[in-house]
Design a protein around this ligand. Structure first.
Ligand code: 2HG
Ligand code: ZN
Length: 463
């Protein structure tokens, strides 16, 4: 049952952001209360849409005074339930969703310093488009680029398809502005590549999943894009062949901009949803490589493919080769549309040397009679990161099948969350990724910055 908000809180929030930006009717609220996967639904008293850092600070201050909890939401494209509030457990605390949807400013790019300041709600696509107008690029790219936001990718420390070359969202950070749980504004905003005055607080907020502060602005470093790149998709016989191809590309002097692994089961799903099959001859596995370099990259790529172990078929096109990328990027959407139950989405990583064996063990989950499910595995093979998507899992088996997958991952020396974070989906398993000392320190940091548990309740910690 929804609890009544503290007297007057919503009126005071309306005074800050305007009546039109405090949504309380169920129809306009519903999209903000359900996560992208459809697995996590929550409750809140209102959706509040501030426009500026000053408004966020005022909203947080009012919420703190009313003991109201705040769930921060960007594009709501995270896949671990971290951007929607939990169902109510404690009926007495009011709760709002703070949406950054109106905070979309993108400053002028500093082409010399190679950086740009943006508000938290600017999309990845908008950041990249601004960079491109100055001949630069944003180091983060992902399939949800039209919705995923700057604040979202930083707070989840997103990786995406350029991670192998450019690093994760934390690596793109030059500065940050964030509102603390008491309403004060933390601002580190010098476009300095070298700046070692104490703790790296922007880096701490990256990956904190909205539990320590509300990120309002980000100063991103930008990168120089390659002059030319080639995208190749190879149908291959073994997972090892994908890893071999990445090493061989580097040995030939090519720079690997992206390296993605897919399976025939995944390609069959995306082609069933309108994408073109990448190679004429199917393979049990596919690797998509985007490579850049100097000289004749096309010929070097052709030689690379001709010498590749386990090659069944291959195509190569000059970047951006959108149709080739579409087969990879269409996976998430096609998977969501193909499962009879909410997809169990697990995002794991293992050391590269353990990847072929771990991959085989993970794929075999579909053959176990105790957990009926259909696994589709794909991901960022160069980073050892596999997205384990389990379709048609009866909801009563979701926890046991997750336990089973995480057992495989930890036995292979891997991580239970490679790039999607913990959200509310993986809270019960954080002990598999961090020991007691580590978790104690995390709780101590949370207790220092948000002692009253105002920010993103239920995310990262079970409270
Ligand atoms: C991707 O790499 C995203 O496309 C989503 O991280 C992965 O749907 C998924 O499991
Ligand atoms: Zn991914």
């Amino acid at each position: 049952m929804p609890s009544p908000p503290r007297d007057g809180l919503l009126a005071r929030l309306s005074g800050i952001v305007g009546d039109a930006n405090v949504l309380t009717d169920p129809e306009s609220m519903s999209g903000f209360l359900l996560d992208w996967t459809g697995r996590y639904r929550g409750e809140a008293d209102a959706i509040v849409r501030p426009r500026t850092t000053a408004e966020v600070s005022a909203v947080v201050t009012e919420c703190a005074a009313a003991d109201a909890q705040i769930c921060v939401q960007g594009g709501n494209t995270g896949l671990v339930g971290g951007s929607v509030p939990p169902p109510r457990r404690d009926g007495s605390r009011p709760r709002i969703v703070l949406s950054t949807v109106r905070m979309t400013d993108v400053d002028e790019v500093d082409a010399v310093g190679r950086c740009v300041g943006v508000q938290a709600g600017a999309t990845v696509e908008a950041v990249d488009a601004a960079a491109a107008r100055s001949g630069l690029a944003f180091g983060i790219d992902l399939a949800s680029r039209q919705s995923a936001t700057a604040g979202g990718v930083v707070s989840t420390n997103a990786g995406g398809t350029r991670m192998i070359r450019r690093g994760n969202a934390r690596s793109q950070l030059l500065g940050i502005e964030a509102v603390l749980a008491d309403g004060r504004v933390l601002r580190r905003w010098a476009s300095l590549v070298k700046d070692n005055v104490g703790y790296d607080l922007p880096a701490l907020l990256a990956g904190s999943e909205g539990t320590l502060a509300v990120i309002t602005r980000v100063l991103f470093r930008l990168v120089v894009p390659p002059r030319a790149a080639t995208v190749a998709v190879a149908a291959i016989a073994h997972v090892e062949d994908a890893i071999g191809l990445i090493g061989a590309a580097t040995s030939r002097g090519l720079t690997v901009e992206a390296a993605e692994l897919m399976t025939e089961a995944g390609i069959a799903l995306v082609t069933g949803h309108g994408q073109r099959r990448p190679t004429a001859t199917p393979g049990p596995f596919y690797v998509l490589l985007e490579v850049s370099g100097t000289g004749d990259i096309e010929s070097t790529t052709a030689e690379l493919l001709a010498d590749a172990d386990g090659l069944i078929d291959a195509v190569a096109q000059p970047a951006p080769a959108r149709a080739l990328w579409a087969a990879r990027e269409g996976h998430t959407e096609s998977i969501a549309r193909s499962s009879s139950t909410p997809v169990v989405k697990l995002d794991i990583s293992v050391p590269i040397r353990a990847l072929p064996e771990a991959f085989a063990e993970l794929a075999a989950v579909g053959t176990l009679t105790e957990f009926p499910c259909r696994p589709i595995l794909f991901g960022h093979v160069g980073d050892g990161n596999i997205h384990v998507n389990l379709l048609d899992v009866p909801p009563e088996h979701a926890t046991t099948v997750t336990d089973h997958v995480f057992g495989i991952v930890t036995a292979n020396g891997g991580s239970i969350s490679a790039e999607h974070g913990i959200g509310r989906a993986k809270v019960a398993w954080t002990h598999l990724g961090r020991d007691d000392v580590d978790l104690d320190i995390m709780r101590a940091i949370k207790a220092t910055l948000d002692p009253r548990d105002l920010l993103n309740p239920g995310v990262l910690f079970d409270r």
